[in-house]
Design a protein around this ligand. Structure first.
Ligand SMILES: Nc1nc2c(c(=O)[nH]1)N[C@H]1C(S)=C(S)[C@@H](COP(=O)(O)OP(=O)(O)OC[C@H]3O[C@@H](n4cnc5c(N)ncnc54)[C@H](O)[C@@H]3O)O[C@H]1N2
Ligand code: MOO
Length: 413
């Protein structure tokens, strides 16, 4: 359990993530078998080896004639190579004849090449001289217009690694391996709670001093968008007893609990206190060397992750991207980060705050790629997030980035 001196020590983002990891690795040992049709966005729990070669026959990529390339060498419009046609290959069937010297067989795109053939002449380069006599008006090279056995992949190759997030193309690959059931991580259950005496539901009209709940909805949207089974539990006033009972319930029902508001030093310090009271090991950090996101808290309560995100709406979203998303999409377990797109910064970015920063940016199409324009505005303004397309990370040791420099960005999806 964190001692009081530890609680207010500011941690870096990666220290914060590392402090939580040992307690929740069992999250990633769970397995659910699901139909391939339902696997979009889910995370594989195993490496996927190729159990067969694809394709498992030599396949034509053109409508035309399967030939021996050597028979076409030197062919031209004025001097076609003459071939004897043995007939036609039917789609989906293995050829019954093999090809000898000076012979060809008509073949559809996707058809299986016969023994003896090493290439396909497309139909546009064929002339039918009558009966079984055909002319080839342009030579083909061996291997032209066909896909070799195992050209997509060969048996035994590892095609997808554990913790890969399944996109449409992975669904197609799994289908090509005949996998109609897939082993994936269960969807993370995420519970979201907004706190604060001043926060009211969106269907109420705010009195002076009150604000409608924004974070409950942004966090719900972010969690759903990264594949979680997320639920918004509503609003709790700054009342210790009420907060305790709602949090206890949420921890029972979820893998990850997100609170917003009530995380900075001061009278609203109840959630930090509660996290340690609710179970072991309790609060693991209070305060991150992050901008926005300084007052973020995090801990583990009996195997469940719990985060207190800053109340300011843009901050809550940015901290979700930096600290919460990696658990849900499994990227905390990957040693390599996925490559990020890049663009050119339109104006100087100053940092040097002694904290890592995430800057909201707009992406403007440019002659070569993207121009990255910082969105100005306080982190209490939700509209800054609506105007932003992406966030740019400025590392702890970077003082700033000059206009004209290339920067990586993470898209806000
Ligand atoms: N003296 C200091 N004051 C503050 C500091 C600091 O270091 N020293 N940090 C500031 C930063 S940075 C942030 S971020 C906020 C974080 O505050 P809390 O997380 O404790 O949140 P609240 O104080 O409850 O609220 C802050 C702000 O956000 C609004 N809010 C809260 N929840 C919602 C919601 N669900 N939907 C919409 N808006 C919400 C709330 O009304 C406040 O306006 O503290 C700074 N202060
Ligand atoms: O974390 Mo505050 O989040 O910098 O606005």
């Amino acid at each position: 359990m964190g001692s009081s001196s530890e609680l207010f020590k500011v941690h870096t983002l990666s220290e914060a993530i590392d402090s939580l990891k040992p307690y929740v690795l069992s999250f990633y040992e769970r397995v659910e078998q699901i139909p391939l049709e339902e696997s979009l966005g889910r995370i594989l729990t195993k490496d996927i080896p190729a159990t067969c070669a694809v394709p498992n026959f030599r396949k034509s990529t053109m409508d035309g004639m399967a030939v021996r390339a050597a028979d076409t060498f030197g062919a031209s419009e004025s001097m076609p190579a003459l071939l004897e046609c043995l007939g036609e290959i039917r789609m989906g069937e293995a050829p019954t004849k093999s090809l000898g010297k000076g012979e060809g067989i008509l073949i559809p795109t996707g058809g299986m090449l016969p023994e003896g053939a090493d290439s396909v002449v497309m139909v546009e380069r064929l002339e039918h001289f009558g009966e079984t006599l055909y002319g080839v008006t342009k030579a083909v090279a061996p291997g032209e217009n066909l896909i070799e056995i195992g050209e997509d992949f060969t048996e035994g190759e590892v095609l997808l690694s554990r913790y890969t997030r399944i996109r449409a193309q992975e669904m197609g690959l799994l289908a090509s391996l005949g996998m109609n059931q897939v082993a994936v991580l269960p969807r993370f259950k995420v519970g979201i709670l907004s706190t604060g005496d001043e926060i009211i539901p969106p269907d109420q009209k705010p009195l002076p001093g009150q604000s409608r709940d924004i974070n409950g909805y942004t966090l719900l949207g972010l969690a759903l968008a990264c594949g979680a089974d997320a639920r918004h539990y509503g609003i709790v006033k700054d009342n210790l007893e009420e907060l305790r009972s709602v949090l206890a319930q949420m921890l029972k029902e979820n893998d990850i609990v997100l609170l917003s508001g009530g995380s900075s030093v001061g009278l609203r310090d109840l959630s930090a206190q509660l996290i340690s009271e609710l179970g072991e090991p309790g609060l693991l950090f209070h305060g991150l060397a992050l901008r926005p996101g300084k007052p973020t808290i995090g801990g583990v309560v009996d195997g469940k992750l719990i985060f207190g995100l800053p109340g300011h709406p843009a901050s809550a979203m940015v901290v979700f991207e930096a600290l919460v998303r990696p658990w849900i999409d499994g990227s905390v377990l990957k040693s390599q980060v996925d490559p990020l797109p890049k663009g050119v910064l339109s104006q100087n970015l100053y940092s040097g705050s002694g904290r890592e920063e995430f800057v909201r940016v707009k992406l403007v199409p440019h002659t070569e790629g993207w121009q990255v324009e910082p969105v100005r505005g306080k982190s209490g303004l939700i509209r800054t997030m609506v105007l932003a397309d992406a966030i740019v990370h400025i590392g702890l040791d970077t003082e700033g980035i000059e206009a004209g420099k290339e920067v990586s960005f993470r898209l806000l999806r």
